[in-house]
Structures are given as C-alpha cells and as structure tokens.
Design a protein around this ligand. Structure first.
Ligand code: SOE
Length: 363
C-alpha cells in the first residue's frame, strides 16, 4: 500500500454517508496496493449532535455543521457528496473549483441542466469526478460487462430492467418526497440506476416513450414510471421503477437477450449471474472465484459479499484515478455519465407529459 494519503471530506452522515464512510475505513484492510490511503478528515451535517456522533462512530478527525468548511479546508483533497439531491450541485461545484477531486452520489442532480453545470465545473477545474452508480461495481455486473465486451451473447436485441422497492407507501415526510429537494421520485432515485446500467452494459439511450405515475395522495414526486426505449446499436429496452411493490425490498433486476444467449441479474441475489446459451433455460454462476472481478480482495469461493462492498470497490477505483493508475471511465460513471442519465430522465418526464415518443438530446 502506498504511504501517500489523501484527505477526505464527506457531506452527509445518513444512509450514503455511512455507506461511504464504512468503505473508506474498510479499504486499507482489504485492498493490497491501495494507491492512496484515505484519511477521514471531516464530515459535515446540519445537526451538531448527530454529525458529532457520526464523526466519532465513523472515525473522522473532526466534524463541521457548514459544508463550506470542507471546501476551504486545505487538508481535504477529495470531496464526497452524500447529501440530498438538492444539495449536490452547489457544494460539489464549489469543491471542484477549489481544486478538490469530487465524488457525488446519484442522481448527480435534480435535472439535466443542473447535472450539466456540475460536469462542466468539474471539467473546467481539471479534477477527477465520479458519480456514484455503485451497481457497476457488483462482481456479477462487471463479469456481465466482460461477457458482453467479448461478444459472447452475440447481437443484443433486448435490455429489460426494473428496480422495485416497497417503502413508498409510508406517510413519513421524507426529503425524497419533496420535489424541490429531490427533483423527482422513483425516476431519479431508482430509474437512474436502471438507465445507467443500460448505458454501461448495452448502449446509449436514443428515444423514450414513457408513463409516470404518482399514486400516493398529496405526493409531489412520482412513485413509479415505465418506459420503452431504443438503444444505440438497435436494442430495444424497457425500464421500470416503483417504490410501491409490496414484497420487493431492493429488487434491481435486469436481463439482456442476444442472438447467441442471455444474461440476467437480481440485486436480491447479488453474487449470481444468470446465463443462457439458449438450449435449456438459464444456469446460475456464483461469481466468487478468485479471478472473478474484485473477488481476490475478499474470501474463498462461495463466501459471498454484499451491497456494502460495491462502495469499497467504487471508492478504490476513484482513488486509483486520482493517483493516475486508472481512469474513472469506462467502469465508473463520470459526471458526464451522470449528466447523460439526467437527460434520459428529463426525456422520460417530457414523454409522460406530451404523450409522445421523445428523442434524448445530449448537449
Ligand atoms: C432508496 O431508494 C435507495 O437508497 C437508493 O437511493 C439507492 O441508490 C439504492 O441503492 C438503494 O435504495
């Protein structure tokens, strides 16, 4: 492991802040040859008691209640935004302009205009930028990408994916239900993952026809959407996401059908890649062999890993890009990827409003 360290500042101490902080702490234990050792300098949150407790639990040297102190801190070279969507653009652009490498959770922003401004700010600043589409870092998903790149399932005809959760019926007042803070509902939160995986595994989204629905009374954002799309290269795609699928806890599922076979995945069984060569249904491949993606870091075959490990893989990849050992793209999403997903989400909302098929316009 390199003895060079990098100062990390994280905005947000809740769900994503905890997942990212856990990953920074795990990295020195699991990754041999770590390009940079993360030093947890500071974590930011509005509530003093909560952020102080998080700083102590997660192992940060200090905490702040104003994110601007992360931007002005010379000991922080990596700014990681785990805040709500409405707090992605301003702090992240400020961090990039201050010369800090920037990692921002998905969705990059509340809409394509905001996402475009973030991408342009990071590019202007010449810093490394990564958008946290962590499912690219599931071993089974990375193996699928390798199979697809090798052309082993032939010409791709279909990508079909859904992201189903059940918690949307809650009456709690959550930021994810507030349009000003979240931008959209299931579309930007869950649909963004589906769209990103279509782009990562098959191709760019060209046109969409969609329906968007809010089922819960008095809710300002969508609960669900369905879309059909055409992908570059000719494949047909269907995208779906809902927060109102009782029994589905965190079920991100996709299936790809090609001229010489199919691949399939379900996040509720994250170590398995389904494969068919067309003769007799699907086989289940447990992706835990030593030479399977990322598995040399962990345990012997069959000792499965989980959701949290994707953040360890993703952050190690970002540290490698900062150290010049690898590039963020194509295996992690850059802010350009985050922006392109946002353009697709905007096109889905346009189609639902117009009732027409919409071309996705990338600026
Ligand atoms: C809530 O829907 C959520 O936490 C998403 O925001 C995450 O991106 C997803 O990985 C799990 O569910």
């Amino acid at each position: 492991m390199s003895d060079a360290s990098i100062g990390v500042g994280v905005l947000g101490y809740a769900f994503m802040g905890r997942a990212h902080s856990s990953a920074y702490r795990r990295l020195p234990q699991v990754a041999t040859g770590l390009p940079l050792r993360p030093r947890l300098v500071a974590i930011a949150g509005r509530d003093t008691r909560s952020v102080a407790a998080a700083a102590s639990r997660f192992g940060y040297e200090r905490y702040v209640t104003d994110w601007r102190e992360l931007i002005s801190d010379p000991e922080i070279q990596l700014f990681d935004n785990c805040g709500p969507n409405g707090l992605h653009a301003e702090p992240t652009c400020a961090a990039a302009e201050a010369g800090k490498h920037v990692l921002c959770e998905k969705p990059l922003a509340r809409n394509a205009d905001e996402a475009l401004s973030m991408w342009r700010a990071a590019e202007r600043a010449g810093v490394q930028h990564l958008c946290g589409f962590n499912y690219r870092f599931v071993p089974a998903v990375r193996l699928a990408r390798q199979v697809l790149e090798a052309g082993d399932i032939g010409e791709i005809h279909h990508f079909r994916a859904s992201y189903l959760q059940e918690w949307g019926a809650t009456t709690e007042r959550l930021w994810r239900f507030d349009r000003e803070t979240a931008g959209s509902g299931a579309l930007g939160d869950l649909g963004a993952h589906v769209i990103d995986l279509a782009r990562y595994l098959v191709g760019e989204v060209e046109e969409v026809s969609a329906l968007v629905r809010t089922f819960q009374p008095d809710r300002a954002v969508d609960d669900a959407f369905v879309a059909v799309a055409s992908l570059a290269g000719g494949a047909l795609a269907t995208f779906e996401a809902t927060r109102l699928a009782p029994g589905r806890k965190n079920s991100l599922r996709w299936e790809i059908n090609g001229s010489r076979g199919s691949l399939g995945f379900d996040l509720e069984r994250p170590n398995v890649l389904l494969r068919s060569r067309g003769e007799c249904g699907f086989t289940e491949r447990l992706v835990t062999e030593p030479d399977d993606p990322f598995m040399s870091w962990w345990w012997p075959p069959g000792h499965v890993i989980g959701w949290e490990h994707t953040f360890v893989h993703e952050i190690e990849h970002f540290l490698g890009a900062i150290a010049g050992r690898n590039t963020v793209a194509p295996h992690a999403a850059t802010f350009e990827d985050g922006y392109r997903v946002a353009e697709v989400c905007d096109a889905i909302e346009r189609s639902a409003a117009s009732g027409r098929r919409e071309v996705v316009v990338y600026r």
